[in-house]
Structure formats: structure tokens, C-alpha cells
Write a protein that binds this ligand. Structure first.
Ligand SMILES: Cc1cc2nc3c(=O)[nH]c(=O)nc-3n(C[C@H](O)[C@H](O)[C@H](O)COP(=O)(O)OP(=O)(O)OC[C@H]3O[C@@H](n4cnc5c(N)ncnc54)[C@H](O)[C@@H]3O)c2cc1C
Length: 409
């Protein structure tokens, strides 16, 4: 009897949860996780904040998918560049797109292209040593954050921290220097909606009360009769007046972006408010307003033609899950339910074709990194962690590839 062969593109949380569910239900399956990076776990490694190591610990659960459940990792393989979707569909009984959404959603207002406007994804990738990231920009003394989700709060917290508050993180030396020598005097964080409807989680707001070098000011938090909304407002208001140091943090709500101001660099941001318009001066604008596809895969076209998008079925034998399917919403655990439902659907649809070559289609890709290669990178990073850090991430792809191969022969 032929076992089914399944390729999952993207070894982030969605891909790992899916492999976990598939192999739990049908351990004989051949499940391959293909990722364009030489390292697995997607945003667990390159999005979740460096000072939230507890959240990153989910990677240990994902590791079991490879070292106990038998999934294979094929890193440093980009769908759309190293291998085509058609080739994967020809080789596997089922192909699943779990490629996430890696580009920052652009701010759609005049001036958004001015120097000094940066997306949160771009900044966090650079902070967390993503191999394709650029250098960290100069934000000037008064950055302004646009957005009120958890990613915006992550950015705010990191920008506001003192050097000793970064202990126990996996921030590298470049990012550490960038943060500690930023010269930031004031951070303004703005949300379009009132505080009652802000997207951040209350627990993220409460954590800000531990910051040791800031003075926090909350403006216009409003009120609500709704119990959940009132709790959110209460959490934000509890920060008002928190004064442990000179760096000022100001929360503003109900500000709809109208334009980024400036001639050849950002000087301010103009907003529509209940009372009319208001311009807040700033030296940079950091947008944390969601994510979109990077264009490597024809996501829009695939989703538009999808057979059953709610079930994750794009076409016979072709599926989508996680952020790639749902859009940039939901925490890591929220991808698990999605993956479990999709695993059942794939298993119900599966008709294994013994003639399909499966992972042999990847055999000619010499620069592929397997799971053993990743464990060598991982071991090196944890063994070389400097004092006060849990790992020393390798930032350059060539070095990752070299470490992955080190003991191979
Ligand atoms: C900055 C940030 C902070 C976050 N913090 C938290 C948090 O603290 N707690 C929490 O629960 N959630 C957090 N989230 C949300 C969480 O990261 C997502 O729910 C989750 O990562 C989505 O999983 P995914 O597998 O769909 O996508 P991803 O994690 O993005 O994984 C997609 C994978 O696909 C790969 N890929 C992309 N394109 C290709 C291609 N063409 N070929 C091959 N591989 C490809 C990528 O390299 C990546 O490894 C955060 C998100 C962001 C952006």
C-alpha cells in the first residue's frame, strides 16, 4: 500500500501544527515541510518578541514533529524560485500553502513613501537577525507608532526598554546597541479606534507597567458600558502616570491617519480626529497595521479561485492554512484549530498515487538544509550565547548554510 505524500510549504506554526495533526492521525504519511529559510518555525523565530521567550518555547513542541513524528524539513528551498507549485503538485498527493504573510501592509495615505516611514515587519526582522533583513534605521528622538495591535505594543515595549530589561532575550549585539543607543526621548502610539476597541490584548498593556525607564501618559481613553471594553480601558488608564524614568510614552486613540508630513523626510503625521484634524510632530513613523503577501506566490489569484476557502481547499489536492489562508490575524495557538480541521479534510480527500515521486523532486537542490542541519545551527547558536542572552542568532544565510553542513561528511 502506498502511503500518502504531503508537501507543506512553510515551516511556521501553521505548517508545524498541520504536520503534527496529520502524522498523529496517520503516522505512515510522508510529510515534508519546505521553507525558504534554512531554519524552521517562521515568526516564532522572526516575529515573536525577543523578550517573550516563553512564547517562543512552542518551538520545542514543533521540534517533536521532526525528531519524533518523522516529518522532514527541507530548508533553504523557496517555492516560486527553487521549485514551482506545478512541480510540487506533480510530485505530491497533496500540497499545502502555509507560507504566512511577510510584507507590511502599506499605509495608504499621502507621504507614506517618505524616508522615515518603516513597517513593523521590516523593523522586527532586522531586530531579530532575519537573513533577508536590511539594516536598522535611525528613528530619531521621537518615533510615532501607527497601530494598536500586539505587534505595535511589542515594538513600543522594546523601544522603551532599558539595557538590563533585555536580559534573557535572544537579541543580538547589533539590535541591542541600536535599542540602547537610540537616543529616543518620546514614543507616541496612535490607534484609529477608541481604546475600548483597540486590538491589543490587555495582558500586553499590563506588561508595560513593568517598564523601568519611562513616563507614560494616556490621552482620550474614553469609557464603555461593556464589561470587556471597560477592562481594556481600565488597563490602559492604569498606565497613566507610570513614572520610572525620563523616556516619554504617549498613548493616543481615535486618530485616523490622513497624511505623513515632511518634504524629504518625515516631520509629522496628520490625523483626522473627532474634533477635526491634528498633526503630531515626529522623527519617524512606524506602521504596525497588518501584513500582506510578498508576491512570491500568486496568493490573491489562488484565493479568488478557491474551491472552499473556509475549509482551506484551493483546488483538488491543493490547500492553504494559517495566515496565508486567513490573513494576518490570530496568535500562534489559533493556527492549531485551523490546522487540525485541515488535516482531517486532507486525510478524507487523500488518494495516494504510488507513481508520484514525492521528495525526490527536491533531490537536485544542493543547498537544501535538512533537520539535522538546523539542529547544528541551533546548537551553535545556543552554545555561543553571550552573557544575558539565550542564543546568538546567526544572521547571514551563508553562515547558516556553512554551520548546517559543518559535520555532514
Ligand atoms: C511581529 C509579530 C509578533 C508576533 N507575536 C506573537 C506572539 O507573541 N504570540 C503569538 O501567539 N503570536 C504572535 N504573532 C502571530 C504569529 O506569529 C502567527 O499567528 C503565526 O506565526 C502564523 O503562522 P504561519 O505559519 O501561518 O506563518 P509564518 O509564521 O509567517 O510562517 C510562514 C513560513 O513560510 C515560509 N515561506 C514564506 N514564503 C515561502 C516560499 N515562497 N517558499 C517557502 N517557504 C516560504 C516562511 O519563511 C515562514 O517560515 C506575531 C506576529 C508578528 C508578525
Amino acid at each position: 500500500m502506498s502511503t500518502g505524500k504531503i508537501a507543506i510549504v512553510g515551516a511556521g506554526p501553521s505548517g508545524c501544527f498541520l504536520a503534527q495533526s496529520l502524522l498523529k492521525a496517520a503516522p505512515e504519511l510522508e510529510v515534508d515541510l519546505i521553507d525558504r529559510l534554512p531554519v524552521p518555525y517562521g515568526l516564532v523565530r522572526y516575529g515573536v518578541a525577543a523578550d517573550h521567550q516563553g512564547t517562543k518555547a512552542v518551538a520545542r513542541q514543533f521540534a517533536r514533529v521532526f525528531d519524533r513524528q518523522g516529518a522532514e524539513f527541507h530548508g533553504n528551498v523557496t517555492l516560486g524560485a527553487d521549485v514551482t507549485l506545478e512541480a510540487l503538485q506533480g510530485a505530491y498527493d497533496a500540497v499545502v500553502l502555509a507560507a504566512g504573510l511577510s510584507n507590511d501592509r502599506p499605509l495608504d495615505v499621502p507621504g507614506a513613501a517618505l524616508p522615515g516611514v518603516w513597517g513593523a515587519g521590516l523593523i522586527t526582522r532586522a531586530l531579530y537577525d532575519h537573513p533577508d533583513a536590511g539594516t536598522l534605521p535611525d528613528l530619531g528622538p521621537r518615533p510615532l507608532i501607527v497601530g494598536n495591535g500586539n505587534v505595535a505594543i511589542d515594538l513600543l515595549r522594546l523601544l522603551a526598554k532599558q539595557p538590563e530589561e533585555l536580559e534573557g532575550s535572544d537579541l543580538g549585539p547589533v539590535a541591542t546597541d541600536w535599542l540602547t543607543q537610540s537616543g529616543i526621548e518620546e514614543i507616541t502610539i496612535t490607534g484609529r479606534s477608541p481604546a475600548a476597541q483597540a486590538k491589543f490584548d490587555t495582558v500586553m498593556i499590563k506588561e508595560l507597567a513593568k517598564l523601568s525607564g519611562v513616563t507614560i501618559h494616556v490621552e482620550g481613553a474614553g469609557s464603555s458600558e461593556d464589561a470587556a471594553e471597560a477592562k481594556k480601558i481600565e488597563a490602559v488608564l492604569a498606565l497613566n502616570g507610570h513614572a520610572t524614568g525620563p523616556r516619554r510614552v504617549t498613548f493616543r486613540f481615535g486618530l485616523a491617519p490622513l497624511a505623513v508630513e515632511g518634504d524629504d523626510h518625515v516631520t509629522g503625521m496628520r490625523f483626522k480626529t473627532d474634533a477635526g484634524e491634528e498633526t503630531l510632530p515626529c522623527t519617524s513613523v512606524l506602521t504596525a497595521i497588518g501584513f500582506c503577501a510578498d508576491g512570491q506566490l500568486p496568493r490573491d489569484a489562488l484565493l479568488a479561485r478557491a474551491q472552499d476557502i473556509e475549509a482551506g481547499v484551493l483546488a483538488p489536492g491543493l490547500y492553504a492554512t494559517g495566515w496565508f489562508r486567513r490573513g494576518p490575524r490570530g496568535t500562534i495557538p489559533e493556527n492549531r484549530a485551523d490546522a487540525q480541521a485541515l488535516a482531517s479534510r486532507i486525510l478524507a480527500d487523500l488518494t495516494p498515487d504510488p507513481a508520484k515521486p514525492g521528495r525526490a523532486v527536491l533531490a537536485d537542490l544542493d543547498a537544501r538544509v535538512d533537520y539535522a542541519g538546523w539542529t547544528r545551527i541551533d546548537a551553535h547558536e545556543t552554545a555561543t550565547a553571550p552573557e544575558g542572552r539565550v542564543r546568538a542568532k546567526i544572521a547571514r544565510r551563508e553562515e547558516m548554510l556553512r554551520r548546517a553542513r559543518e559535520e555532514e561528511s
